[in-house]
Ligand binder design. Sequence first.
Ligand SMILES: [Zn+2]
Length: 232
Amino acid sequence: MSNSSLVDLTILSPNHSGNRKQKITRITVHCTACLVTAYRIGTIFQPRSRNASCNYGIGTDLKVVMCVPESMRSWCSSSNDNDQRAVTIEAASSNVKPYEFAPGVYEKTIELCVDICKRNGKKKVVYISDQNKALKYQPAEDEMLLTFHRWFSKTKSCPGDWFMQRAASFAGEINKRLNPTPEPEQYYIIKPGDTLTKIAKLYNTSVPMLMTLNPKITNKNKIKAGDIIRVK
Ligand SMILES: [Zn+2]
């Protein structure tokens, strides 16, 4: 099991339960409820007395700190059952409701989740708003379930309403990046006076790319008006 290559700094926390006893099938995004840098997130979880940690933290400086290696169970979500399965991420947020994430942190969290999914062989994140349904859901081998701290602790609103309102589109954006749809093919009818260079410019591509897309063109200087060529 690997750790994220997006990690900028590692400040290991002693607050963990060693290796996971369950496979990774979940991601739990948390809000820090204080505007802190990645370094500060790391130092917050250093004292044993804190009794808490996370796998990764994303600071206001948009740096990623690793506090507990991904292979280990962090102490983050008030639930052994969840933390055994989840990669936990603390995202820097405001200290007041609805705990809006610091600028850029939401985007960085998406990037980190895409990376976590890819390295763990997941092609899809699943967001189910209903807590009971979500916790009963059995993710397929290539699925990652999103879970939330508030589901496991009555006193926590983590990750905050700001993020919860975006949870569906958060999942959608991750899935889009995990499974990018190829650009649809596009065609062009050659007009008198056209050159491949001119057509390439028009479609923001290159002459070699047009040649690759159109194997029947063997000489780039010989194109015929009226012919249809593929440009994308
Ligand atoms: Zn939390």
